[in-house]
Every structure is written in C-alpha cells, then in structure tokens.
Design a protein around this ligand. Sequence first.
Ligand SMILES: Cc1cc2nc3c(=O)[nH]c(=O)nc-3n(C[C@H](O)[C@H](O)[C@H](O)COP(=O)(O)OP(=O)(O)OC[C@H]3O[C@@H](n4cnc5c(N)ncnc54)[C@H](O)[C@@H]3O)c2cc1C
Length: 445
Amino acid sequence: MLDFSLTPEQEDLRQKARRFALEEVLPVAAYYDEIDQTPLPVIQKAYDEGIINIDIPKEYGGQGLGLLEATLVVEEIAAACAGTATSLFDNSLGMEPVLLSDNEALKKRYLPKVAHEFKKICFATSEPTMGSDVSGLRCRAVEDGDDYILNGTKYWITNGGLADYASVFATIDPKSKHEGICAFLVEMDWPGVRVGRTIPKMGQRCSNTVGINFKDVRVPKANMLAPPGKGFVLAMKTFARTRPTIGAFGVGAARSAMEHAIDYAKRRKAFGMPISGFQAIQFKLAEMYQKVETARLLTWQSAWESDQGKDANISASVAKMYATETALEVANEALQVFAGYGYTKMFPVEKILRDVRLLRIYEGTSEVQRAVLAGYLLNAYKPVMPALEDLPLHRELDPLGDKADQKAWRCRMCGHVHYGDEAPEECPYCFFPQSAFKEVKIKEA
Ligand SMILES: Cc1cc2nc3c(=O)[nH]c(=O)nc-3n(C[C@H](O)[C@H](O)[C@H](O)COP(=O)(O)OP(=O)(O)OC[C@H]3O[C@@H](n4cnc5c(N)ncnc54)[C@H](O)[C@@H]3O)c2cc1C
C-alpha cells in the first residue's frame, strides 16, 4: 500500500516546527547572519520546546521519533534559516554514530545527557587535508592499555565551538586506509582538546564551524564507537541516515526562495503589468514548484526507507543530490525574479542563495553522490531489460523476418539483424567478422 498522507501526530509536529520557525528563527536569522554568530538563544529554545533531538530513542530518554518526522521538522526550520537549521540538527549528525554503535553502555551513559541536560555532540571525520575521502583521514589513535591516545586535527566541524562531545573518526594506521579507521566519543573538555577560531564563511553564518586539535588526548576504550576496521562503515552508515535530512534542508530553503519569488512577482510591475504576467516568470515559478515537490518526495522516500529498516544508502544519495541541487537552482532563479533587489541584502534571497551553496558540499559533495549512484548502477543495479545483444524479435511483427524457417543473427557491434541458416561472413553495415554475430531468440506467433 502506498500512502503519502501524514498522521495527525506528524501533521501536529510539522505545525509545531513551522510555528517555531516563523516565530523564533525567521525574525533573527538576518541579524545573526550579519554578525556571523550562532543564535544560541534559539538553540536553547529549540531544545526546551523539543524541536531538536527528536530522534533519541525512548529507552535513552528521547522522543523516539523517526527520520521521516525529522525531515518534517528540518524542512520548516531550514525554510526560515538554513544556517540555524545546520546548527540545530548537527546534534543528530553527531549522535548518529552513537545510535548506530554496538556500545550499549556508552549509549546509556551519554544519550540521556543529550536528551535531558542540553548536551551537544558534533561530528568529526573531515580534516584539513581530506573531506570526501574518509579512508584517507590521518588523525591517529594509538592503543595504550585501557585507552587510545588521539593526535591530529579535525576541520570544518559544525558546532565544534559549542559542543560538549564529539564523535571523532581516527585511524590506527593511515596506510591501512579503510581497515584502520575507528571512532570514539570524546568529551570536549578532556585535556589536549583545543578548538580553533571560528572559520569565516560565505553563507550559513548562523552555524559555527571550527577546527579541533587533539594533542595526546587520552580516550578510554569504554568510549569506543567503532573498533579499528569498523569505523569507515560506521561513517557511511551515519551518512545514509543523515543525508535525507540534508535533502530536507534543500526542500525547506528552496520552498522559501520560491515563496518569496511568487510574492515579489505579483507585486513588481514592468511594462505596465505585474511581472507575474510574463510567461518567462511564470515558467520559472512552475519549475521551482515542480523541483520542490519532487525533492520532498525523494526526501520522504529515503527517510521512510530508513525508518523501515531498509538499506537507504542509494535513496539517501538520490535525495541529497537532487534536493540540494534543487535548492541552489531555485534560489538562483528566485534571485533572477527579484533581479536588482535580489542582489541586495535588503531581501532574503541573497542569504538563501549563500546558505544553500553549502548543501552541495557537506555530508558528501554532489560529485560524491554521483560516484555512489554510478557505482550502484554499474555493479549492483538489477536491470529489467535483457542485454542489447539478447533483445528478442517477434517473427510476425518483424518486417524483415518473412523467412519463417530461417534463423536470425544479430551483430553485437552495430545491432544489424541478419536472417539465414548461418551468420554472414562479415556485417554489411560495420564490417565486423562473423564472430560478432549472435543468434537471436525469436518469439513465434
Ligand atoms: C561549513 C561546513 C561545515 C562542515 N561540517 C562538517 C562537520 O560537522 N563534520 C565533518 O566531518 N565535516 C564537515 N564539513 C566538511 C565537508 O563534509 C567536506 O567539506 C566535504 O566532504 C568535501 O570535502 P573537501 O572540502 O575536503 O573537498 P575534497 O574532498 O578535497 O573535494 C574537492 C573537489 O573534488 C571532488 N571530488 C573529491 N573526490 C571525488 C571523487 N572520488 N570523484 C569525483 N569528484 C571528487 C569534490 O566533489 C570537490 O568538488 C563541513 C564543511 C563545511 C564547508
């Protein structure tokens, strides 16, 4: 059964997030963007009102909601400010390796603190020298009795300057690539952890991004999220769960850009009429809507698959890629509808455009998503169509197949079909030799 309707509880949650976005996030978004700071009072309020951390299971003190519910909330907050949304929902990214880990004692120790004590977790795979190539990370973890000693630097870490804990990916040996990668939950006030200056950014200035340095940081084995050899898979499983959320960022931001463009197009006059009367503008709006709706469906589908316990890796890549590219296209076209005013800081579209530019970069660039999808298509995808060389023919419907008693042979190079007891010595079209021909299956009437 296929059903796209939301339950009353999901619809209530969406309305709650929408109200929070309109009343708490939207009024302050431009201000915090301008001063390049995280809106800490908004984050506190989001925590107090149960807008964040909704995915912590009930057994650890959370609301126990699914990824689909998370996408509903994220869309609304990102519609008001994608930067604030990044800051708010970074906890889910940081928490995901903990939720996916087998370390039950660690979950019991830390997750209730996130749920009840407003503790924040950031996520750290990236480093100054790598981002896409997780297997190439260099942060070292050296075993020492009951501990591991961490040395290295993580870079681009969202909320790194605010977080209490970090899910840190490291390696026991950089040369062993995937096999060496492990992960730990690190407390940010442990000796040897240092946070760098806030990295100045083009957009998403309402989210904090820093480098974190680890110098001889002693991490108890009890804080291990994944032993060496299991860390890479944990990182990939994390992304499969969090990429639909990034899709929801794209949907929300694109929806706002579209709505601002509709409003402006109805008011702005040119050549004696509202610009919404021009087909060129109408078609832009129509395409924006089509992309937003498609992006939402893909996002919901991947979140739903994940909630059903299915392997959502591929649908998450599709959703992340499509929705984030949609956001950039829609924001860019919305700015075109505003034209000169769109290019100013007086209207919100330029901020949306700056904010959504990041969506195609973090949690796997668009190029990485294409690589994931191409790998799937070329290796694991199961086609319905037979191979080109095995395409069947129907004797009665084939205009050339009038010699009912003869065999048919297809040239595997150019597709030419030859009728006769034997394949021809060479193809009359591409001149490939007889060996290029394969007998064709014929469906009799
Ligand atoms: C504001 C911000 C916040 C971030 N937050 C976090 C965070 O909280 N935690 C964290 O760990 N990281 C975070 N990141 C890092 C982010 O995930 C990386 O920037 C991203 O994965 C890309 O890595 P890179 O910047 O090193 O680019 P690179 O990996 O160096 O890639 C450079 C270019 O090469 C392309 N490329 C690389 N490999 C391939 C390939 N195999 N095929 C085709 N093209 C390829 C990329 O698509 C890109 O265009 C954040 C980044 C930013 C900018």
